[in-house]
Design a protein. Structure first.
Ligand code: 13P
Length: 251
């Protein structure tokens, strides 16, 4: 049985003061009413350690990236290693978000190396995949996303140590959401790709999240779609009431 995962990606948002208040609000809401699902908060690296020092029973923490360098420490200015992320108190790391693939030119190989580093330290990578609008409109969505899965998911991935997030680029921050049929078609294809890559048992146990304009009003439907095991939430994770509103749909 795959346990649902509801994850917030704060992206490059929040000052120290506002971020701590947001985290506290989420932690208190979750502690007051726990459900049969996992909650994950991924603040910017600048706040991860501070937030991890707050009591956060029932909420896992993650980074939004991890260094591609296969080292715990070294001369990699600006990078933060998987070992350092773990040391801050995180248990997950988002890798290969489309904003990094597009704006930081991260290739499938780079994403895979980051996922390898995360797994080797015991962090669960949330490997992001997703097609652009142009790719969807030209009928390439399935082939693009399946290629990303094939090339970005490492051979060390298991159903327990890896999560995949399907985030159509055109749905991120736009208020646009694919039809339920399109989400289910894609998630079914991703699971089949994982099965071909790593075996049916791994595929059956791996959680596949949907991300892109998830809100309290559409969360119930999206989170109950076939082969959808949770959500990766951007904008709506920045307000306690919105993030909690999404979590509540699973109570
Ligand atoms: P939005 O929820 O703001 O569309 O962002 C989704 C996302 O990119 C999460 O990683």
């Amino acid at each position: 049985m795959r346990r649902k995962l509801i994850a917030g990606n704060w992206k490059m948002n929040q000052t120290k003061k506002d971020g701590l208040a947001l985290a506290k609000g989420v932690f208190e809401a979750v502690a007051a009413q726990k459900g049969d699902f996992d909650v994950l908060v991924c603040p910017p690296m600048s706040l991860l350690g501070l937030i991890a020092d707050l009591p956060h029973d029932g909420v896992a923490l993650g980074s939004q990236d991890v260094s591609v360098a296969p080292k715990d420490f070294g001369a990699y200015t600006g990078d933060v290693s998987a070992a350092q992320v773990l040391d801050l108190g995180a248990s997950y790391a988002i890798v290969g978000h489309s904003e990094r693939r597009a704006m930081r030119y991260e290739t499938d190989l780079v994403v895979r190396e980051k996922a390898v580093n995360a797994i080797s330290k015991g962090l669960i990578p949330v490997i992001c995949v997703g097609e652009t609008l142009e790719e969807r409109e030209s009928g390439q969505a399935l082939s693009v996303v399946c290629r990303q899965v094939r090339e970005s998911v490492p051979s060390t991935s298991t159903g327990e140590n890896t999560v995949i997030a399907y985030e159509p680029v055109w749905a991120i921050g736009t208020g646009k959401v694919p039809s339920l049929a399109d989400v289910e078609e894609m998630h079914t294809a991703i699971r089949a790709e994982v099965a071909a890559l790593l075996g049916q048992e791994v595929a059956d146990n791996m959680r596949l999240l949907y991300g892109g304009s998830v809100k309290p009003s559409n969360a119930h439907e999206l989170l109950n779609a076939q082969n959808v095991d949770g959500a990766l939430i951007g904008g709506a994770s920045l307000k306690v009431e919105d993030f909690w509103g999404i979590i509540q749909t699973q109570l």
